[in-house]
Design a protein around this ligand. Sequence first.
Ligand code: FES
Length: 191
Amino acid sequence: MNHPLPPETADHALATGERLPKSERTEFSPEAIAEIQAIAAKYPDKLAATLPALYVAQRDFGFVSLDAMKAVARALSIPEGHVFGVASFYTLYQKKPVGKFHLQVCTNISCALNGSAEFLEKVCKKTGCKPGGGPSPDGMWSVEEAECLASCASGPCMQVNTDVYDENIDDAKLNEILQACERGEYREWGL
Ligand code: FES
């Protein structure tokens, strides 16, 4: 059975990256621009500042939107194509909005052998999120399957924003981590 494209997309060619969600911000804050300029000054070639500048963008925009990538290109006076290529290659850059606490669960082989699939299910159930499905309705959580988090001997391994919890996380430890987030004891995304 044929499913014709909806009228708004039938004759509309998508530009590179157009499917990416839009961020509220379209320009860097003055503080972020100053930070990127300070980073760029450390390198003989501005292309080398792309990775750290994208981290600044991720923090300043909330995630690495298409506008964030364009802003990085403008801030460093480098080609947009280079920034798109770098940002799309690395999964550490979030190209979609995430919750205040972004939980990345490693499902690679060592963690899988230690029950990461069941652990991921528990994390999803407790937060009301689907892996890669964006923030929970209250904006508190988002969940993602992650590649190896470099703590293979002690899986299942989970990362909360930029902090890795590398012990064998059981139910009690998971509850403890989530409750600590709710009490505001861990840094929120982007802070
Ligand atoms: S396989 Fe999970 S941390 Fe390496």
